[in-house]
Every structure is written in C-alpha cells, then in structure tokens.
Design a protein around this ligand. Structure first.
Ligand code: NAD
Ligand code: TDX
Length: 360
C-alpha cells in the first residue's frame, strides 16, 4: 500500500483531488493534511471520510518538526501539495500570511520530503531525466505568469511576472520546488492551472459569491468595468489532470492546465444571472439588476489564458465539460446544498477530529 500525502485536501480543489484518489485508488492510503483555516472544511469530504484508505490529519505546513514526524511515520511515496492561502484580495490586505504558508510552508514540505527520500548515501542525482519512485507534485497557478493583453497565451516557457502578493508567493514557491529538483535531485513536477469553478468553492471567489448573493437578492460586486478575462476550468477536470500528471508527467517538468474557456467577468456574471433567473423562477433580467460595479482590485491582472497543448499532446488530457453545462451543474449544486453555504458563510463548520490529530 502506497502512502500518498495530499495537503490542503479540505479546501476547494483539494477535496476534489482527495475524493478522486480515494475512490479511484483503493491501493493508496490517502493522508489528507490540512490546517482547517477558514477555507478548509471537512464537510467537503463527508462522502469519503469513512473509507478505509483515507486518513485525515490536522496540522500546519508551517510546523517543520511536525512535518518531519509525519513523513517518518508514513514514508510517503507521493506528495500532492495544494495547501495554500488562495484568495488574491486577502493577499492584498495581509501578504505575510501568504509568505508563511505558500513560501515557508512549501519549503518546510520540500525539506521533509528531501530528508525522507534523499537519505545520505542515496544514489539520487540532480539528473532531471531520472525517474524515481517518489514524486513531489506542486499545484500552482497561471497567475505566476502575470497578465496578458488582448491576445496570446501562457505557455510553460512564459517568463514569470507575478503582480499580486498571492501570485508572488506562488511564484516563489514554484522557484523553490524547481531549486530542490536542480540542487538536490528531488523528484518533482509542477502544474500551473487557470481559474477553477465547481462545487465546494468558498463563496469569497467570484462565481460562488455571485451565486450566493443572487440567491439572497444582494448586490453582485463586479470590479472595475468587468472587462478582466479569466480562463475557467471545471474543478473535476483539474483533479483529472493532476492524476494524469502525477502518474505520467516527466520528472522536473511543468505542465499548464486550462480550459480554453475565456470569459470577461461581466459576460460570465450576465450568463450566471440568466441561469439563476431560470432556476429561481424569476422573470428574465431580474437577477441582472443586482450587478453593481465597484472599485477595481489593486493591480488587477487584465487577462489570463492558458495554452495546455503540452498536456494534451504528451499526456492526452482534455477538459471534459463545456462551460455552460458546468456552470449550470455548479448552480444546481449550490441550490441543493444551502446548508453547506449557510455553514461556510457563518463560519459554523470547524469540526474537531482530535482522535486523528498527529500529536506535536
Ligand atoms: P482553498 O483556499 O479552497 O483551500 C486551501 C486549503 O489549504 C484549505 O483547506 C486550508 O485549510 C489549507 N491550508 C491553508 N493554509 C494551510 C497551512 N498552513 N497548513 C495546512 N493547510 C493549510 O484553495 P483552492 O482554491 O482549493 O486552491 C488549492 C491550490 O490550488 C492552491 O495551491 C492554489 O494556489 C492552487 N490553484 C487554485 C486555483 C483556483 O482557481 N482556485 C487555480 C490554480 C491553482
Ligand atoms: O467580488 C468579486 N468581483 C469581481 O469582479 C470578486 C471576488 C472577483 N472579481 C473579479 C476578479 C477577477 O478578475 O473576478 C475575477 C475572478 O476573481 P477570483 O474569483 O477572486 O479569482 P482570481 O483572482 O482570478 O484567482 C483565482 O484563480 C487563480 C483563485 O482565487 C486563485 O487561487 C487561482 O490561483
């Protein structure tokens, strides 16, 4: 039985990755390590929490000693690292938390993996073509590439040019992961994905925030003129890509993941309003009246768009779902899970799982 560490597995994307791996790989013992910050919610995983190949551990990646003990206990074969502070607006008001978790936390994890996998006397070398039994998979974002103008795409060769404290912290963590590969020969792989959407998305992010506000007849804040463009990918397709890259990606390589699905924020919100009118039996155009243009985000990147040709050509991955269908599915999920939404908006979801904590 291989032990597989997934960090941040109680968050939005992490919970989908945990679910996929627990269900698809009964031969893996999936250890979900999560600090349960405001964004981590064990209610995201109630359908799989009792499975025998799943273990939850509450812990913080900023605690280096705790990580070394955890690696010694489980001797992980793979690490899939998703734990992060993930919201750009929060990074603007509190950058240091992003440095601590996204940079220091990632380096702590790298150190723990290096300590466990590259013991003194091991035959590992810094040869990037070497395939090894272990793998440190770092989940990153397209935001490290900065902003595009009206045309063009981010490829794996695009120069890093982060603008927000969030993207700067993610860029820094990406550099550290590559440095551990180049310097110590740590077997790594990195993926940079575009904006995800789907179920269990915390309602501070654009799509779930808009759904929640429309339901409650509250204004839907659109930053600036709503001209900024994002490339949206269904979260389950991201999880599928992570599965493919973990198992078949090349040691030391980077893969871009995206849906070729660009939307101006204002067009996306208008589409969402139309879907919501239909679902809530409102007259056509009623939800759109809630759109409220507000002050722009500082340093707001104009456009992101991912070229995922490498992933398609080398590993055969393609998005599985059309955006309109995925958005409707997402709306349905939120309408059918009002209790989840009420719990996360009230902060009433922090559960204690003392018996499973790893003692410090
Ligand atoms: P999220 O904020 O929903 O979840 C983050 C999880 O990490 C939470 O469960 C939280 O409790 C946990 N966590 C935070 N700090 C921690 C710490 N110090 N120790 C242990 N656990 C901690 O984030 P998400 O949207 O699911 O993003 C997951 C990863 O994917 C992040 O690395 C993010 O940068 C990346 N990413 C996200 C998107 C997106 O559209 N959401 C796109 C591309 C890449
Ligand atoms: O209320 C809002 N109004 C608005 O117009 C919010 C919350 C956002 N926006 C705009 C800002 C962006 O142009 O909508 C777009 C999407 O915003 P977010 O949902 O905050 O996502 P973004 O900033 O693009 O970052 C997301 O994608 C990349 C994730 O939060 C990151 O973790 C991921 O790396």
């Amino acid at each position: 039985m291989k032990n597989v560490l997934i960090t941040g597995g109680a968050g939005f994307i992490g919970s989908h990755v945990v679910r996929l791996f627990v269900n698809k790989y009964p031969e893996y013992n999936i250890v979900n390590l999560d600090a349960l910050t405001y964004a981590g919610n064990l209610d995201n995983l109630t359908d799989i929490e009792k499975k025998s190949n799943y273990t939850f551990v509450k812990g913080n990646i900023c605690d280096a000693n705790f990580l070394q003990e955890l690696f010694a206990k489980y001797d992980f074969t793979y690490v899939i690292h998703l734990a992060a502070e993930s919201h750009v607006d929060r990074s603007i008001s509190n950058p240091i938390e992003f440095v601590m978790t996204n940079v220091v936390g990632t380096v702590n994890l790298l150190n723990a993996a290096k300590h466990q996998w590259l013991k003194v006397g091991s035959q590992q070398s810094a040869d990037s073509s070497q395939q090894t039994a272990n793998r440190f998979y770092h989940v990153s974002t397209d935001e490290v590439y900065g902003a595009l103008g009206e045309t063009g795409f981010f490829t794996e060769e695009t120069k890093y040019d982060p603008h927000s404290p969030y993207s700067a912290s993610k860029a820094s963590s990406d550099h550290f992961v590559r440095a551990y590969h180049d310097t110590y020969g740590l077997p790594i792989v990195i993926s940079n994905c575009s904006n995800n959407y789907g179920s269990h998305h915390f309602p501070e992010k654009l799509i779930p925030l808009a759904i929640n506000n429309i339901c409650n007849n509250k204004p839907v804040p659109v930053y600036g003129k709503g001209e900024n463009v994002r490339d949206w990918l269904w979260v389950n397709d991201h999880a599928r890509a992570i599965d493919v890259i973990l198992h078949n990606g090349k040691n030391g390589d980077t893969y871009n993941i995206g849906g070729h699905n660009e939307w101006k924020n204002i067009d996306l919100i208008k589409l969402l309003c139309k879907i919501m009118d239909k679902k809530l039996n409102r007259s056509n155009g009623e939800s759109e009246k809630l759109i409220s243009f507000v002050k722009d985000r500082a340093g707001h990147d104009l456009r992101y768009a991912i070229d995922s040709t490498k992933l398609k050509n080398e590993l055969g991955w393609m998005p599985s779902l059309q955006f309109e269908e995925g958005l409707e599915k997402t709306v349905d999920w939120y309408l059918n899970n009002q209790q989840w939404l009420d719990n996360v908006t009230s902060g009433n979801y922090a559960k204690y799982y003392d018996e499973q904590y790893v003692k410090r």
